[in-house]
Design a protein around this ligand. Sequence first.
Ligand SMILES: [Zn+2]
Length: 377
Amino acid sequence: MKQFVFLILILFSAQSIAQKITFDIGTLVSQDSSIIAIRELWKSYVLNYKKENDSIVFKYWNKAETNRGLTDIIISTTPIKSYLNADLLTFEIKKIDTQFYIIRNILTLGGKFGETSYNEFTIIYNIYAKKDSLGFKLYNGLYQYEPKLLHFETKYVDFYYPVGYKFNNQKASELCTVYSDLINKFGNPNKHKVIYLIGNNLDEAYHYIGVEYTPFSSSNLAAGYHIESQNIILTCRENHLHELIHTIFKQYGGSTMFQEGIATYYGGMGGSSYSVLIHQLKKAIASKPKIDLSKFDDLDNSIGNGDFNNYYIIGAIFIDYAFKIGGSEKVMALFRYKDVDTFKFDGAVTAVCKEFGIQKDQINSFLKNYINTHKDS
Ligand SMILES: [Zn+2]
């Protein structure tokens, strides 16, 4: 009974109001000094984690990764990007070779965070730990997998892909040429090269950063994901321009509408080019003369084409128009306006009114006219 009370106390002592970590019994009662040290390091890390890029985050991670700008890749893949509100179950810590220990976790996140609320979701993933002269440090799954992957290096992008994947050097090189041109036009806000991880499917790409299960998986081979703060792209192809564009513009901030807009303008969406998307949109709205395209937070519902990211195309239209009236300078001006509520796109509305000189009540007719008169250039 005494031992039972003791365990309960440990479980509760690992809780804080906002974030919670629990361990399996084996880890809790382990007498192994390395397991104890890793457990305490991991617990302290999770409970002290507030947001990405806090200086406190860096001290837990190894130099080899922090020198490349990497810290906790997995938490940066979540919409919340923090262990705040997290319920983390670490169900195993064990030695896997002469140097490394594995920390296996089930992470449940969700609820309201800032202005936006998220459904609860679960991720199963592994973190690693190794001792250096200052004690144990944390490592990402990527550190374990990278030596097993094949590598294609360019000036701004490091491509990694698995043995057996038919990597197309030419496609990758062409992508990097477009990327270099964009950097010449818009600057390069990144201190480190882009880590471009290719899997035979998106789950495989997630696997290379240490993920065993994620709800953000997709069976669509056109799917990809940009992990903003870590400058990593997860994808299934060599020419994923859409995600690569994000590595530049996400650093400039501004409304999600223009972030997705510029990525869609250059790199399309879900495998369809901007011009194909405009033609599809034209068809979809032809039978709906009363539709109001200026209600940006209701587009998927009002257009009713079965797509769930119609604001990407509307964003791309604004980018196209900015190019036409004021070149790349006008495009950059749009990124100065932040949304207060991400999916209400209030910053985008202000940007359109101020930068294009369009009244709020004219946005709908502007968009309809643009779509109906659009010609591929
Ligand atoms: Zn995107």
